[in-house]
Design a protein around this ligand. Structure first.
Ligand code: UN1
Length: 498
């Protein structure tokens, strides 16, 4: 079976055709990577760090080419695609030095002539499964630290982004990562799952990393759990943005526009619901509606807020979410709802709407708990708007759906900011900034329906791809027994100052 990825903004522009791997081929790839892992782990970590440095420089030298492939294959606006590639470079830059750190500790023993140590060991062979919306940056959050710490990697990218994955694999191999240590396998979900299950049974996989939907994350979590493994799961979000009466409204509009509709809302960090204090609700809603109505949508290589949906499947998902709109809601933000076509046009559209999978931006006002739109991630150009009266209520609304990835607060009051920080259940919060756009060296990840508490990026991801090993070294020449050969120095427990 083959799959052809097609430019979602320009039908007829076929990007690449791939042979889809069977479950058996998935297993075979994990076997090869598993067999190669020990050799890779034997390369000194600073030398692996140099490979990461070489990869970073190659990605930098190919930045425009890779970004334009990202724009062509998944329709991401070119300026954002450049940012996405920059995130790969930043990740390489962060980890190239980690090869010379990867610190362990020396710890005093409770006994004489004995010393204690810790070491970080690679977990082994890793399978990573990534989504189409961040086809370069998010995978690099996995494979760069995984490779640096001595793991081998089998990467299953989304098939919609297959050419991007192939290009990145070539850059990794050109940078010095051995071919058996980093393997790309393109397969459908079912074959991937079946292959992964068999590979785990065969002992070829030591860790699963997954970025994608909460539903698939649950299945992978169950599978990993049966093998006593803790996967790295980065799942959906219903990211709230809370606007207090003292907020800078210009900043709110700019932030909510980018957070809600940048990348056509197809980020796991995209704005889900904009919560407005009652005293400013009508003003902000009308200004937001105006900004969204006037935003340019269309050709991702033009100066637009967003381009097409990643592919037809994502557009269909968005159309299905529009069915969740209820009679008590108000729909705003465009000259139509649903797919942008000749007959359902978007004022000011840039390019030919019939050439791609484009969707109108949709604001749904009047969202409240109990609505399907309150509870479900929508992953498309749809933003809910709701109202609150107090900060405590806003925090409850922001947490109440059970997702906990990203969040934002617009306020300049320190007490409000600290109360929000303490109360919000999300793994990430932005103050006076978009819910999206996390920097590549802060811990990235969520809680509740958004993940199992694992964190990517920065020093925190090291705990995903290494395991602590504890060593004790006794050079006393006799068997000293911990907790039994206790050293008691003489003391006087009844002593009092007279
Ligand atoms: C994602 O959508 O899976 O914080 C990741 C951001 C990006 C990453 C998003 N740096 O919006």
């Amino acid at each position: 079976m083959t799959y052809t990825s097609v430019n979602p903004a320009s039908f007829g522009d076929d990007i690449a055709t791939f042979q889809l791997a069977s479950a058996a081929e998935v297993v075979e790839n994990t076997r090869i990577a598993h067999d190669a892992q020990r050799g890779w782990a034997a390369v000194p970590a600073p030398a692996r760090g140099r490979v990461i440095a070489q990869v970073g420089r190659l990605v930098e030298a190919n930045k425009e080419a890779l970004a334009s492939l990202v724009s062509r294959e998944i329709g991401k606006v070119y300026a954002e695609a450049l940012g996405e590639v920059q995130e790969v470079i930043d990740t390489c830059d962060f980890f190239l030095g980690e090869g010379r750190r990867m610190y362990g500790q020396t710890i005093p023993s409770e006994m004489p002539d004995k010393q204690l140590f810790t070491f970080r060991n690679p977990v082994g062979s890793v399978v990573i499964i990534t989504a189409a919306n961040f086809p370069a940056a998010v995978p690099s959050w996995y494979f760069i630290p995984a490779l640096l710490t001595g793991n081998s990697v089998v990467w299953k990218p989304a098939e919609q982004a297959g050419a991007i994955a192939m290009a990145i694999a070539e850059l990794l191999h050109a940078g010095g990562v051995p071919k058996d240590v980093l393997r790309v396998v393109i397969a459908e979900g079912e074959a991937t799952f079946a292959g992964l299950e068999a590979a785990l049974d065969a002992g070829f996989v030591d860790k699963i990393g997954f970025t994608g939907s909460t539903a698939v994350g649950r299945k992978l979590g169950e599978l990993a759990g049966r093998h006593l493994q803790s996967p790295c799961l980065e799942l959906g979000g219903k990211n709230p943005m809370v606007v207090m009466p003292d907020a800078d409204i210009d900043l709110v509009i700019e932030g909510a526009l980018f957070a809600g509709f940048g990348t056509a809302g197809q980020r796991c960090t995209s704005l889900g619901t904009l919560w407005l204090h009652r005293s400013i609700h009508d003003l902000v809603l009308s200004r937001y509606t105006e900004a969204v109505s006037n935003a340019a949508v269309g050709d991702p290589f033009a100066d637009v807020l967003y381009g097409p949906m990643i592919d037809e499947k994502y557009l269909v998902g968005h159309l299905r979410n529009l069915d969740l709109i209820q009679p008590h809601h108000r729909v705003l933000g465009s000259t139509g709802v649903g797919q942008i076509t000749k007959d359902n046009p978007r004022a000011g559209f840039v390019g030919d709407p019939m050439a791609g999978w484009f969707a109108h931006p949709t604001i749904v006002a009047g969202v409240r708990p109990g609505d399907a739109l309150y509870e479900n991630e929508t992953f498309g150009p749809l933003v809910g708007v709701g109202v609150f009266d107090s900060l405590d209520e806003a925090i409850d609304l922001a947490n109440g759906h059970g997702y906990g990835l990203s969040s934002a607060l617009y306020s300049n009051d320190p007490t409000t900011i600290w109360r929000f920080r303490e109360g919000i259940s999300a793994g990430m919060l932005s103050i006076n900034n978009s819910t999206s756009g996390a920097e590549a060296h802060l811990p990235f990840g969520g809680n509740g329906n958004s993940g199992n508490g694992s964190r990517l990026s920065g020093i925190w991801v090291l705990d995903q791809f290494t395991r602590w090993q504890a060593m004790n070294w006794d050079y006393s020449g006799k068997l000293q027994k911990a907790q039994m050969d206790v050293i008691d120095l003489p003391h006087d427990p009844d002593f009092k100052i007279t």
